[in-house]
Design a protein around this ligand. Sequence first.
Ligand code: DGY
Length: 320
Amino acid sequence: MNKPRVWITRKLSANTEARAERDYDVVLNPQDSVSSAADIIRMSAEVDAILPCHSEIFDADTVRQLDPRLKIIANHSVGVDHCDLVALKARGICVTNTPDVLSDATAEIAMLLLLGAARRAPEGDLMVRNGEWDSWSPSFMVGTQVSGKRLGIIGMGRVGQVMAKRARGFDMTVHYHNRTRLPPELEQGAIFHPDLATLLAVSDFLSLHCPATPASTGIINADTIAQLPDRAIIVNTARGALVDEAALLAAIESGKLAGAGLDCFGTEPGGNPAFARHDNIMMLPHIGSATAETRDAMGFRALDNLDAFFAGQEPGDRLV
Ligand code: DGY
């Protein structure tokens, strides 16, 4: 029997590509180039499955033009805001993602950004790096202490829960806003806020861990930022669409926010050049899940979903 033909859109970990080549007739992308809608539409006629990243956009218009040969999109990502799930469901195309396996890595980056923004890491690093560190005094580079402060989490899914665990290591009190309250064994003492407003009011630090959906787009805006305590710090390792970047910039410039830590931006790749004027914004280029271990785990999870699908079983991470 012929092996199913799978297009892996980006260069994945060597272990992932080796396993894929063992089990499938694989089209790889050794140049790691980004594919356009036209590429996706063309390739859909040549493969039974696509294993894409969040860099490939399956919007309604693209999905409408996909070839009937394509049966499954096994994403190498937990976020699926690049996929129009309603359109894909209507076309009968199975869609899966890779939850769980990137929670530790992403929470590490969230904590790095939280600590870095609080303790002025970008500014300090640049100063030493540029040979500009020429004095010291007790009033020099005084930052915001993290230990014992209140952390608000929006989206208490898997990443949010790991972030809460890490924050407890810093004696932070964890508050969260989520669609539903977690059971006590997952809540681990975190304080549930059914209303976003009450969460914002107690968030010395606010970390975003919810998916980007029409409902959550722009959830951080001038109005919600105003409800935070003065000198709060916002961390975003989820999706750029959650934040109104003009409002965030205004709050940094007015001093309402003491800082921000951002791994995600409205424009990716590239980010927001206006943020570069402020060294109390620590920025990273969407690398929340970028560890060797997690890349293997994401690749294997996507392949597990493909294996199940082509064995006639229900993929564990099927979304539609
Ligand atoms: C995810 O998995 O959603 C990460 O943002 C990387 O794509």
